[in-house]
Design a protein around this ligand. Structure first.
Ligand SMILES: [Zn+2]
Length: 431
């Protein structure tokens, strides 16, 4: 699509390159707006992008030729003058596989442009360590029917994976996942081999992806400074600073669960002592409830949930104590990052009604007043699916940044077929 009409003078070459870059930037701007805000009129696109009417018209035509959008008749007039045609993102124009590997469950979904979920499955798994190769086999087994059921004309655009661990973004290498019992796992390469979709597999930390999902599709989509804090066995955190995800030098930023909160505290699975998650993670909750030792897991949490719903003091008191420590850590984060909103996911989302008062009290006691005054604490708008939604966004991000990539997308069934896994998946570890 490039190189047309260029003449040979160096100055015009440079102008041609600049014009090409500008065109690609504007294509990305339009598809970003449609992907996150949904269908809108061409007039609304003019307003939301700042581009002029004729530029929008030409670029929308180009996106239509790339099968990423479709233009339909206006349903109502959106202001003075003629009704403006409605532009819709085409989910089937770019479909990705989203995967979430959590401690207690594994989820996969097929997601299209615009955030449309074609299919979705989540299976709980028993709380015991699963070998990486077995987890990958479970993921492939779950993904196969979803991908196989995509209609023939759907273009496949990639795979995004949310995993509860410290991940190197460049190649999906999982350095450490204390709560899975894993260390040094080439997660991206293992999944790429097992899924064999012909596309790279992007892997990132689940809380980082939860933050992205809540930032773009949650309750406060316009918040430019958002912190996502998710409780499962440990604590995950993801930070959006001034509208941009905070990755750090290599993608390891925001490991708030392993920041020190109690120097006199307990050993942490990471090898440290007194980490935030030793006081506000799941084991701490059960400890506060009087469930001693290593008795952690879904059954114990379910029993605590039942007791809290029945109004039993010991259970409600356990949530209050957990909320205190959770709030102190959130106060630290508010002082560090001055967020508009702190979003609580996972376990904290599930039990928000029991945690809210003590979390707010703890955070307020630690945060400096000016930062506290502008911060809102709330539960995740996307619920427990935030990391899975974020995994879909991760997989789509390259296409949204450069929609011209759609030229090279293939219909899923023309891409390399998903290879059958060699060994049967142990059902006791999967569904
Ligand atoms: Zn730790």
């Amino acid at each position: 699509m490039s190189g047309k009409g260029l003449t040979r003078s160096p100055g015009s070459d440079a102008r041609g390159v600049a014009a090409e870059e500008l065109r690609r930037h504007n294509l990305a701007l339009i598809i970003d707006r449609l992907h996150f805000a949904g269908p809108m009129s061409r007039s609304d696109l003019v307003t939301r992008t700042g581009l002029n009417r004729s530029t929008i018209g030409a670029l929308v035509n180009e996106l239509s030729e790339l099968s990423l959008v479709e233009v339909g008749p206006a349903t109502t007039a959106s202001g003075p003058g003629r009704p403006s045609p409605i532009v819709r993102p085409r989910p089937e124009g770019a479909v990705v596989l989203a995967v979430e590997l959590a401690v207690d469950s594994i989820a996969v979904a097929t997601v299209g442009l615009g955030g449309h979920v074609f299919n979705h499955v989540r299976v709980e798994r028993p709380r015991k360590h699963l070998l990486p190769v077995d987890a990958v086999a479970v993921i492939a087994d779950l993904a196969r029917p979803l991908l196989g059921s995509l209609p023939a004309n759907h273009k496949f655009a990639g795979v995004g994976v949310a995993v509860v661990g410290v991940v190197r973004r460049s190649d999906g290498y999982l350095h450490i996942a204390p709560n899975l019992g894993w260390r040094d796992v080439p997660m991206g390469a293992l999944l790429s081999d097992a899924l064999s979709t012909g596309h790279p597999v992007s892997v990132a930390n689940e809380a980082d992806l939860g933050a992205i999902a809540e930032h773009r599709r949650g309750t406060y989509p316009n918040a430019r400074n958002l912190i996502y804090v998710s409780g499962e066995v440990g604590i995950g955190a993801g930070i959006i600073a001034d509208g941009v995800p905070l990755h750090g030098a290599a993608g390891y930023a925001a490991e708030a669960g392993h920041t020190l909160i109690n120097p006199e505290g307990r050993p942490c699975r990471c090898g440290g002592t007194g980490c935030w998650e030793t006081e506000a993670g799941e084991a701490a909750l059960l400890r506060h409830a009087g469930t001693c030792g290593d008795t952690t897991g879904l059954a114990a949490i379910a029993e605590l949930s039942r007791a809290a719903a029945a109004g039993e003091d010991s259970a409600l008191c356990a949530f209050t104590q957990l909320g205190h420590w959770l709030g102190l850590g959130i106060g630290n984060l508010i002082n560090l990052f001055n967020p508009d909103v702190v979003v609580l996911g996972g376990l904290y989302h599930r039990f928000y009604e029991y945690l809210e008062l003590s979390v707010v009290k703890g955070a307020k006691s630690q945060a400096l007043l000016p930062a506290w005054d502008v911060a809102t604490i709330t539960k995740a708008g996307l619920g427990t699916d935030a990391p899975l939604v974020g995994a879909g966004e991760l997989a789509l991000s390259a296409l949204i940044a450069d929609p011209a990539r759609a030229e090279s997308l293939r219909e899923y069934h023309r891409a390399r077929p998903l290879r059958e896994s060699g060994a049967p998946v142990p059902r006791s570890q999967g569904a």
